[in-house]
Design a protein around this ligand. Structure first.
Ligand code: NAP
Length: 315
């Protein structure tokens, strides 16, 4: 049997780059002659920009493919060589990108039907009217982003038979090997609090942020499961951290680690700001199923902040 192939769709993004590094590290070892051997082949997709040199350098041997999820253009070349506001303003495009119909169609075209699809969904599928949602709670998204993600979950579960859907909370952690252009939550809070000026944070929106390396480990564990067992899986998991925190509590954790003056953190209600998109209030999640299924205990938010800022100090 040939080597398994791992394709990270969205490999140039925040989670994607962290995942590629972890896959690369977990697949590489040396043979008795000291030559590098890997247990699977690694590839990734990019979209709007060429694959960054820093990333290619960090993951030698990985193959980049330009793919447009809206149209499916690009998937064919892979077979040959490698077998929340924006959504609101353009729901059709959001739907076309977030519901991976072209990707699923492509996977279905393989003769061997056993590829595992690990799909990133969101905590924003939940309405946000209670604490610690469970996977079996009804999904009632309040914005287009959440609606398209629910549509994606439905599409996958109805059209594909080997999948894990991960309902992720806010992903935080260190910067990627090739820095992503968007601002990262902990680094952003650290930057504004470092100035010593008063900053407003919401006290009434609750999330269970997940440390990126925990999410990466969960995806690697699922990959191992797929590689070691022949059976197909249909999994839906809340992937959050263990702590339910508001933005005020997140900022306090950053300030406490850095020794900043916490009195500069001004608590405001999320309802005082118009963000052009409805944002659910409390979409904290119960992660019992995640911990039982994968035997992974994600780090506390406090520890995740420390790990993030310690990693930044090394860069
Ligand atoms: N980050 C979070 O806090 C968070 C929370 C919950 C769920 N999620 C979900 O987790 C996944 C990864 O998030 P992320 O933060 O890593 O996202 P990101 O940094 O925005 O990266 C998105 C990736 O998808 C690619 N992409 C975008 N549009 C595409 C298209 N039309 N066709 C093909 N590729 C396209 C981008 O390629 P280019 O860069 O080359 O354009 C990039 O590699 C997403 O599904 C997101 O909804 C994220």
């Amino acid at each position: 049997m040939g080597k398994k192939k791992v394709l990270v769709v969205g490999g140039t993004g925040y989670l994607g780059q962290h995942l590629l590094q972890a896959y690369y590290a977990s697949s590489s070892s040396s043979d008795t002659n000291g030559n590098g051997v890997s247990s699977f082949d690694l590839a990734f997709t990019h979209h709007s920009t060429p694959p960054p040199k820093l990333l290619l350098h960090a993951i030698p041997g990985s193959i980049p493919f330009q793919v447009d999820l809206k149209t499916g253009v690009g998937f064919e070349s892979i077979s040959n060589a490698f077998v929340p506001r924006a959504c609101e303003t353009d729901p059709d495009t959001a739907h076309a990108i977030n519901v991976p119909s072209a990707l699923v169609n492509w996977l279905q075209s393989f003769k061997e039907k056993s590829s595992l699809l690990i799909h990133l969904s969101t905590d924003q599928v939940y309405e946000g009217e209670k604490s610690f949602y469970k996977e079996e709670d009804i999904a009632i998204p309040v914005n287009v982003y959440g609606k398209t993600k629910v549509a994606a979950e439905q599409f996958i579960s109805e059209n594909y038979s080997n999948y894990a859907i991960l309902r992720s909370s806010i992903i935080y952690g260190p910067q990627t090997v090739s820095p992503v252009p968007k601002s990262l939550p902990i680094q952003w809070m650290d930057g504004v609090l470092a100035k010593g000026e008063e900053v407003q944070f919401f006290h009434d929106e609750f999330r269970c942020p997940i440390f990126v390396k925990d999410l990466v480990n969960m995806i690697l564990a699922l990959t191992r499961l797929w590689m070691s067992e022949d059976k197909q899986i249909q999994l839906l998991l809340n992937t959050g951290g263990p702590d339910r925190v508001s933005r005020v509590q997140m900022a306090e954790a950053v300030a406490q680690f850095r020794g900043y003056d916490t009195s500069k953190i001004k608590s405001v209600s999320a309802s005082s700001v118009d963000r052009g998109v409805k944002s659910p209030s409390d979409i904290s999640m119960d992660i019992t199923r995640l911990v039982q299924t994968l035997k992974i205990h994600p780090v506390s938010f406090k520890d995740g902040v420390r790990l993030t800022l310690e990693a930044e100090a090394k860069n």
